[in-house]
Design a protein around this ligand. Sequence first.
Ligand code: ZN
Length: 169
Amino acid sequence: MFRLGVVDSPAQGHEAYRGRLAIPYLTPAGPVALNFRCIRQHDCKAVNCRKYLKPEGEEGHLYNVAALKADSDFLVVTEGEIDTISWTMAGVPAVGLSGVKAWKPHFRLALDDFPIIYSAADADDAGKGLTSLLVREVGARPIRYERGMDGNDTWLSGGAGALRGLISG
Ligand SMILES: [Zn+2]
């Protein structure tokens, strides 16, 4: 569904992404951007590796715009692609923003069809910044993960019910 892949034979200019997970930003018109996630067996921070690499100029896209067509009273906005995939697997319509800088004012219109928008960002400073922005821009309701967890951690530990439980309360 998300057409994930691993970069084996990089396109010209994409050599730096070899061995990374390729995450396309799919739209009805085809992919509009890519993000490349490190999948090596190490702690990226500890070895000074950038967990995510994007080609220049590919900021400013919503991930998983297909969810905007969902027949739902609510939409979850996550911080990043993997969490978006986790929420989607849990049967919850979700889009992702890779941080505050990815926000564009016209996204407000894109989210307008949903009476309730939840912000499901991480509990760190970057995540708090994203939630503040979503509260201000679209009146989002913050979702709080358990301490130290993100959406994918929650999915891995408790499955769909653990994620869905965060929005039913
Ligand atoms: Zn890494």
